[in-house]
Design a protein around this ligand. Structure first.
Ligand code: ADP
Ligand code: MG
Length: 256
């Protein structure tokens, strides 16, 4: 049964994704179809393959087999587009990613961190990139921190800068991998508020998170990944609030 038969063409799709490290098969035939404006949450125990899966979605990790499709075209293994194949460079340019550990440039200011991609990768004029960056910093509530260095920011502020930096590339899809897991509990809310705002504005997102109530609230669909397979998928109501799979029941009960 396909979940795409009636729906509009998905913007990002994984079909039969497998990933093996040595003798260890980490992803076992995963499918995912992300429609424009859709927010999907990926939950599951540590080691279940969540990071590997979303890293495959923008080809930061090369799947052992299976395909990624972007704008209804297959993604090839070359950097550049070729014929009908989307290049990895194009995919990464349009599918942004935010990580658990911010990965900001420590020797650059907040503003420089946000303008780096547009100026260096996209060849945008610095002046123009700075104007856009200031708008984005205002959107994440950090306009007044534009000339600060990352070391002088809280974890929550760093993560909001990292989100602004990803947005500066004007991604069509944003992948978020446990972006609040490294934060002190009192800083989690300010980052989730920024993500919720993006969801409200129609950003297409796949979010790996352990914040169950946030996932239930923001995601139209939740996938439970367990031992490299999607063991359950459905609405947040079904997956998080009324789980059937016993391993999922045990998993979500840890967050109650
Ligand atoms: P999760 O994000 O759900 O915690 P990961 O995708 O990070 O899970 O990891 C899934 C499994 O793949 C784990 O068993 C992990 O040890 C293994 N793994 C991840 N990356 C690598 C790698 N580069 N080399 C070998 N094994 C890896
Ligand atoms: Mg992970």
């Amino acid at each position: 049964m396909s979940d795409t038969s009636q729906a509009p063409a998905p913007i990002l799709e994984a079909r039969g994704l497998n990933k093996t490290y040595g003798h260890h098969t980490v992803l076992k035939g995963l499918d995912l179809s992300l429609a424009r404006g859709e927010v999907v949450a990926l939950i599951g125990p540590s080691g279940s393959g969540k990071s590997t899966f979303i890293r495959c979605l923008n080809m930061m990790e090369t799947p052992t087999s299976g395909t990624i499709r972007f704008r209804d075209k297959p993604v090839g293994d070359r950097f550049k587009d070729r014929g009908d194949m989307i290049g990895i460079g194009t995919l990464r340019r349009h599918v942004g990613m935010v990580f658990q550990h911010f990965n900001l440039f420590p020797h650059k200011t907040v503003l420089q961190n946000v303008t780096e991609g547009p100026v260096v990768v996209c060849g945008r004029r610095r002046r123009e990139a700075e104007e856009q960056a200031m708008d984005l910093l205002a959107q994440v509530g950090l306009a007044e921190k534009h000339s600060a260095y990352p070391n002088h920011l809280s974890g929550g502020q760093k993560q909001r800068v990292a989100i602004a930096r990803a947005l500066a590339m004007e991604p069509e899809v944003l992948l978020l991998d446990e972006v609040t897991s490294a934060l002190d509990p009192e800083l989690v809310g300010e980052v989730l508020a920024v993500i919720r705002d993006l969801a409200d504005k129609g950003m297409t997102m796949a979010i790996v998170t352990h914040e169950m109530s946030f996932a239930a609230d923001v995601a139209s669909r939740v996938l439970f990944l367990d031992q490299g397979v999607i063991a359950e998928t459905g609405s947040a109501e079904d997956v998080i609030l009324n789980p059937i799979n016993p391993r999922l029941q045990a998993f979500v009960s840890r967050f109650r």
